[in-house]
Write a protein that binds this ligand. Structure first.
Ligand SMILES: C[S@@+](CC[C@H](N)C(=O)[O-])C[C@H]1O[C@@H](n2cnc3c(N)ncnc32)[C@H](O)[C@@H]1O
Length: 221
């Protein structure tokens, strides 16, 4: 077990609701979440935002896919994970190449000024099932506003939690809020079995691109 996995399990025990997972995302889930990232060129850098990077499992995949001029912003609410990420950006060879172009913002994404049309790709690891429905709606509105036309927002939910959700009305309400928020923007959904627990990845298109012919018909399960 790696130090990151241990730190994650510890955070899950002490801050279950905000951590939302017992283990960092697997390589398979990280690949699925980052499948829309394309490197930009020197004249047209492509900006990426990751929300809830945790210990950086998905961040390392993002780093590999960025072009040499592409900026990366990270927003993480856990002070412990922020410290780990800061250290990793200085020391981990998977992250040091992007460190000069990376801004790490501690705190809640709800309180972060993301701007409008600022990002080509957003990858979000937030545990929406543990959020209040109004918070779900507000966060999706902020993230979709921050996407450039043609951009994508990718996030995941854990698969197979239907029994758990129906036993817990708050989780059921959060799930409904997620479905309502994403329905007009959904490009594709994909099940990733190789993760603890298995997860469903959802890819959304920026509001301006929704309804484009390429988006229709690409829904896979
Ligand atoms: C399910 S973990 C995902 C971690 C990582 N992306 C991964 O896949 O391994 C959720 C992460 O979101 C962070 N988080 C939860 N609520 C947040 C919020 N409102 N704003 C920013 N980060 C948040 C948690 O601290 C945690 O690191």
């Amino acid at each position: 077990m790696t130090r990151d996995t241990l730190a994650f399990a510890r955070a899950f025990l002490t801050a279950t609701r905000t951590t939302g997972a017992i283990a960092p995302s697997s390589a398979a889930l990280s690949r699925a979440l980052t499948q829309h990232i394309r490197p930009g060129g020197p004249d047209q850098p492509r900006a990426v935002l990751e929300v809830g990077p945790g210990t950086g499992a998905v961040t390392r995949h993002i780093a590999r896919l960025l072009g040499p001029h592409d900026p990366l912003d990270l927003v993480e609410s856990s002070p412990e994970f922020v410290t780990r990420l800061r250290t990793a950006l200085h020391r981990d060879p998977a992250l040091t190449p992007v460190a000069p172009r990376t801004r790490l913002w501690p705190g809640l994404v709800e309180e972060q000024e993301l701007g409008e049309c600022a990002y080509d790709t957003i990858v979000c690891g937030l545990p929406f099932a543990n959020f209040a429905p109004e918070a779900v709606t507000a966060v999706f509105a902020r993230l979709l506003t921050a996407l450039r036309p043609g951009g994508t927002l990718s996030f995941f939910s854990y698969a197979g939690g239907r029994a758990l959700r129906s036993a817990d009305p708050r989780r059921a309400a959060a799930r409904r809020a997620v479905r309502e928020a994403i329905a007009p923007h959904l490009l594709e959904e994909r099940l990733v079995l190789s993760n603890l627990p298995p997860a469903r990845v959802h890819h959304l298109g920026a509001p301006a691109t929704v309804g484009a012919p390429s988006a229709a018909g690409s829904l896979t399960r």
